[in-house]
Design a protein around this ligand. Sequence first.
Ligand code: PA5
Length: 445
Amino acid sequence: MAIKFKENYAAPFLAEDDLKGIAPQVSAAHDILYKKSGLGNDFLGWVDLPVCYDKEEFGRIKKCAEKIISDTDVFIVIGIGGSYLGARAAIEFLKSPLYNNLKKDTPEIYFAGNSISGSALNDILNLCEGKRVSINVISKSGTTTEPAIAFRVFREYLEKRYGHEEAVKRIYCTTDRTRGTLKQLADEQGYESFVVPDDVGGRFSVLTAVGLLPIAVAGADIDALMSGAAKAREEYSVNDVYKNDCYRYAALRNIFYRKGKAIELLVSYEPRFAMMAEWFKQLYGESEGKDGKGLFPASVTFSTDLHSMGQYIQDGRRHLFETVVTIGDCGSDIVLKKEENDGDGLNFLAGKTMSFVNQKAFEGTILAHTDGGVPNLVIEVEKADEENLGRLIYFFEKACAISGYMLGVNPFNQPGVEDYKKNMFAMLGKPGFEDRKAALEARIQ
Ligand code: PA5
């Protein structure tokens, strides 16, 4: 197994019957997921996605990625939330957080339209100067303000720079099959288009064209990514909490939640995982945080954050548990050398790798934190490669759905996000939102 789930560090915080007590709820969550009888059951396309996806489109994604690699220096991915986090997380995990600065034969990739900062957008526009540019605009609804603004700015930039005909060839759209402003625009202009399937919500969409095109442009093997996810789909399909690691993770986080540990800290010891933690936070935060319920997903990167958040985790309010993701092989390492004059006193580490030091930091920290009253779960990932990433993505998605059903919420809607979107449309004076605007403005102090 390329991903191992370990709960031994959590054992002291569990009563003998905790798992037995919650097992029927896990089983019930499994049943409603597979019978498609639960809340949000029209958004379950991600369950079989690793084996049941549009092969024609998948081939077209690979072809377009080849074209983009050959005719582009800077690839701009415009999107927000689920239409951005997965791609960025995967690229940083598989390549590096410094991907853009590395020597490589694939384009630099920048993410735009994930804020409303004019200066951030200007920075990206400025670094396009003198470079060959293509863009991928991603929005399932096709109406989200942030990416829509960034797309308007970049469309104008490309048209000015390349002329209409060439600009069209450098714009790739990923959106709904039939609906939305973006779809309409793509059809009118003849942009190459990819589909966000109807039954796959934004935060579950990384294994659709939403994530796959940018990930392929970064030179990653998307066949291996899907194959890893397909293996996880098989492995985590057993309706038995004792045999299914994914379900046990879902069960344990619910047990901790009910014991007052309302915050889950996703921990890693590799900076390349930091964006994966952002993706995780959206997945769990948007799926579970509703109806006054839900674990609060947070994240830290150790040992960096041991020097900022470490004190709180060790000794602050005892309302959190940690889920630590360790990565066995990150592709390269450094062996510490012996120095004749041991001026820095580090010769006791001579001959050791930095991975070894990191492992010891993990062991020391997990023991300190459990001694301090913080339950720890561990997910061991063998290697930072496509196959393992596919498995990990599926592991977290499936656990999220099971966990959300156990909480009694609809894991697949996001009414809170929609509220803010509608309020922003109203405040900006978008036609159709006049009544809402008047009501909101009356409340502004
Ligand atoms: O998970 C979700 O549904 C959201 O976070 C969306 O991904 C996000 O709001 C962006 O929406 P859209 O892709 O419609 O622009």
